[in-house]
Write a protein that binds this ligand. Structure first.
Ligand code: SF4
Length: 223
């Protein structure tokens, strides 16, 4: 074992997003990302701590009575070599929070992952190019291994009809749950409730496996 990584933080808390909202998890926040979303409000690059693979395994295995270990970031799949060497020695359910772009890296560790929370990056909210083709490959990689995967869509007032249709087309191929998450500015939800529900109904009109779930941890002021 020789790899080392810089990790922002490892902490126990309560999942505040998606269908596993409310479960207790151990969060591991990695410190790199391959994207630069306009709405990103996560500090993952300051006050980092270096972990060897052995340190990491020992640290994670200290925690008991957790639902799962959430690998988050940043983008955890950028540390695929480190994860390949460590996850096999961690006897806990692994929940991956990912931006859904690094499918070749996912292939290398997918056998260790149980649940995948995958973002669909909408150009209207990220201000980045369309990534639907890459997301499709990521979903296919997961589906080939029958992994539990759901799609998280952060949207704002600029979401387009075309994005709604493209998201649904991705989800339909494997009947995946789409979690609609209204964008927050810091702790504040600035989108109007009428607009939020109108987006929900535009989705549900063409696809039934939809849930609207805002980020709950921000309302109860936990990280
Ligand atoms: S993928 Fe996630 S961590 Fe990376 S820039 Fe986008 S929101 Fe931030």
């Amino acid at each position: 074992m020789s790899n080392k990584v810089l990790i922002k933080e490892i902490f126990e808390s309560i999942q505040g997003e998606g269908p596993y909202i409310g479960v207790n998890q151990l969060f591991v926040r990695f410190s790199k990302c391959n994207l630069n979303c306009d709405y990103c409000d996560t500090d993952f690059q300051t006050n980092l701590k270096e972990y060897t693979e052995t340190d990491f395994i020992n640290e994670i295995n200290k925690y008991n009575n957790i639902h799962s270990v959430s690998l988050t970031g940043g983008e955890p799949l950028l540390e695929v070599d480190f994860l390949k060497n460590t996850l096999k020695n961690i006897d806990k359910k692994i929940y991956l929070e990912t931006n859904g772009t690094l499918y070749e890296n996912l292939k290398q560790i997918i056998d260790y992952i149980e649940i995948i929370s995958m973002d669909i990056k909408l150009p209207s909210s990220t201000k980045m190019p369309d990534m639907f083709d890459i997301h499709k490959k990521f979903i296919e990689t997961s589906a080939e291994k029958n992994k539990e995967i759901f799609l998280k869509v952060v949207f704002d007032e600029n979401i387009t009809r075309e994005e709604i249709i493209k998201t649904v087309n991705l989800a339909k191929s494997h009947n995946l749950l789409i979690v609609l998450q209204p964008k927050t500015d810091g702790e504040v939800l600035n989108l109007k409730s009428d607009f939020i529900s109108s987006v929900f109904y535009k989705y549900i009109e063409i696809y039934k496996n939809i849930r609207l779930i805002p980020q709950v941890h921000k309302f109860i002021n936990i990280r």
